[in-house]
Design a protein around this ligand. Sequence first.
Ligand code: ST9
Ligand code: ZN
Ligand code: ZN
Length: 327
Amino acid sequence: MTEAEELKHRSDVRPQATTEDVFDHTYKEKEGLKPPRVIVWKNVILMILLHVGAVYGIFLIPSASSLTLLWSVFCFLVSALGITAGAHRLWSHRSYKASLPLRIFLCVANSMAFQNDIFEWARDHRVHHKYSETDADPHNAVRGFFFAHIGWLLVRKHPDVIEKGRNLELKDLLADKVVMFQRKYYKPSVLLMCFFIPMFVPWYLWGESLWVAYFLPALLRYTLVLNATWLVNSAAHMWGNRPYDKSINPRENKFVTFSAIGEGYHNYHHTFPYDYATSEFGCKLNITTCFIDFMCFLGLAKDPKKVSRELILARIQRTGDSNHRSG
Ligand code: ST9
Ligand code: ZN
Ligand code: ZN
């Protein structure tokens, strides 16, 4: 049994904690309890409605104009960059530096993705890296595909997430005026960027029906970006090779890399989290890296951090699973 399977097994056989345990401060001393599960029904209902709306949106594709379809793809890319180049590589990992205009663009794009504000996203992501596959990991993949994918957003957080998260270094985020401004005005910014703009532009500029404009570039696009992101937490923590470090769960997953515009090289990313490209292969299947390179070329970004070839090769030799491919 691998280490990950053993962990999962241990989690499966542990008795389930009760709701009372969650609010009981001695919870952590009650050794052997399975992570508690307090369902947040409001989120369950909203997520069901969102996904039903998205499936309905798929059936509307034939009745949409080609401009609306192009616009939906554009909105997908912009909101995806708000997560990958923004919340993830810039604000969670500080893997490059971005000028004020670029940070404003990424912040606006991030509101279009509606995945919690940048501060909350980066705080959860830092705790995910530091305490991967433990109760302090917000989307602990040891609790199964469903929990890692969407389930973690449907239940109260494990107390360890909050406790460990409180000790994180977040001064850089608190000092970033763009991040704090977005946090203050998060709700109106989401209404505007995630729903109103994607819907209004096709209706106003080329006469698309409001119905189609709501279900395609707004709802379906939003749901696709969400699921592409969640696949990094679920599929890329379960399926794929581990050429850089076989002792950790995250894996290299081509399908996720493609759908998450470059974020599926997850074994590499957890091994070298400070690398701005999240992979050793530059722009290959990695629109986000192309985007950051282009921003550096325009002078809007600088100091992208990169792991040296020697260090990568040494790490592959020392801890890899012998499945390394050179491209
Ligand atoms: C969404 C996020 O989808 C997705 C993130 C995915 C991350 C992926 C990473 C993968 C790598 C990158 C790849 C990108 C690929 C992109 C591809 C694109 C094509 N530390 O949360 P609360 C404290 S969101 C420290 O309410 P509950 C804190 O004091 C989707 N402290 O906990 C907090 O208050 P505040 C849409 C922490 O009550 C307080 O606790 N949004 C931490 O247990 C309460 O926090 C939703 O669905 C911490 N880590 O509720 C909403 N955490 O924040 C979902 C908390 O004010 N959220 N505290 O400081 C919720 O409804 C709730 O959070 C909950 C938990 C019900 C899940
Ligand atoms: Zn991960
Ligand atoms: Zn990361």
